[in-house]
Design a binder for this molecule. Sequence first.
Ligand SMILES: Cc1cc2nc3c(=O)[nH]c(=O)nc-3n(C[C@H](O)[C@H](O)[C@H](O)COP(=O)(O)OP(=O)(O)OC[C@H]3O[C@@H](n4cnc5c(N)ncnc54)[C@H](O)[C@@H]3O)c2cc1C
Length: 453
Amino acid sequence: MSRTGRRIVILGAGFAGLYAALELERTVARDPGVEVLLIDPQNFLLFTPMLHEVASGSLDPSSIVVPIRETLRRVQFLNAHTTAVDFAARTVTVTYGADRRARTIAFDHLLIAAGSQTRFPPALRPHVHGMKTIHDALVLRNWLIGLLERAEIEEDPARRRALLTIAVAGGGFSGVETIGAINDFVHEVARHYPRVSAESPRLVLIESNDRLLPEFEPALGEYTAARLRDAGIEVRLRTKVAAFDGRSLALDAASDAASPMPLAARTLIWTAGVGPSPLIESLSLAKERGRIAVDDTMAVPGHEGVWACGDGAAVPGPYGKPYPTTAQHAMRQGVQAARNIAAAARGQAAQIRPFRYEMLGQFAAIGRHRAVATLFGRTFSGFIAWLMWRGAYLSMLPRVDRKVRVFLQWTLEMLFARDTVQLLTAENMRTGRIEELMDSARAAESADQAPQP
Ligand SMILES: Cc1cc2nc3c(=O)[nH]c(=O)nc-3n(C[C@H](O)[C@H](O)[C@H](O)COP(=O)(O)OP(=O)(O)OC[C@H]3O[C@@H](n4cnc5c(N)ncnc54)[C@H](O)[C@@H]3O)c2cc1C
């Protein structure tokens, strides 16, 4: 790529990276002497607060992903994977295409916004579901329907029970929202499966702390546990997952209680651990609990022109503790980092400002049209909080077309029940020929590279 002047490179088009790009779009990207480049292997932003609604069949996956190209005009987008950063040479290396061709790109300013990933305990990894990517949610929805189909045909009652036992590890936002949503879903569609509805699926939420939703006041955590239990979910507090092999789930209770018997279960959804993305792990920068250490302007100390924000950076808050890893923080950090980069690029050091943000509120949907919320220091729960949850996140969802799609789907859901169409099955994944087609694309790209006679 030729150099047209000063170049600002953003790694990651999640909440932090895309909002930084949108801010630069309005400011320095208008300057023909400045090139802004956004790099991500995904060409969309995933709106994670609504991810559980995809897993539970309430929303189509395409409604909660925001296309990058249609959202940006002046900022260039590169659909590639960043594999390395050379801070001394001031370059990033990216790979792209079926044969993972590499390209080196120079930068004057670099914003690292590569986010986080689910951290699975290595022994559990082959057996557990994640709940972080759009693929996780799609696979989970199809997997749940597959379980119901399989249980319906199963003659053996013990095996049927194991198929219908679904556990979620982690009682934070994502665990609570996931179990609430999939409990509603499996019970709603179970009526189409006579054997399954006679037995009723069993859902278990496992949390190592003594309460759910530690991000909220204790009373809202207790309210959540009570409502989940009302909905038939077993809530096991002060309990850890000890082992899971896809068949048997061993649990460790707190030291004062006897460890419970292992559960026969086929499904464990892991929401109990998040860590920085592999790119961030690989960078030789100072870290705090794996997140890049930055100052309060989001500059990386000792590396002029290098900045980091979002889940992958430990941005110090007013009391020294890093800000929490939420979308609300990531998008605002992205905007402020972009303003600081623009100021630095223009040589206006006095315009570089610290990041400060006081969270106005937070929400968690807990199933059955209920949620818990805090807003402007007040707490809300039940149906009213659920309406607030929907209103707040619908307004935060970028792009009018996405808002309309989600609104229409929510409206349709009130009129028509969710269905049990299973588009991804083990069989159609095997026969889908994607691997064969990718092999063919790799061969074609390698042939293109070979010297011509
Ligand atoms: C299920 C779930 C529900 C959530 N609900 C809420 C909620 O209700 N409210 C809330 O405020 N927060 C919520 N969060 C948290 C929120 O999603 C994160 O805090 C937010 O996504 C962080 O933004 P980010 O830009 O730092 O990272 P991300 O959004 O993770 O984006 C990082 C981007 O970097 C890209 N990337 C990674 N590696 C590379 C590489 N090597 N090269 C180039 N690009 C790369 C990724 O593809 C991705 O697009 C939820 C999270 C989950 C998982």
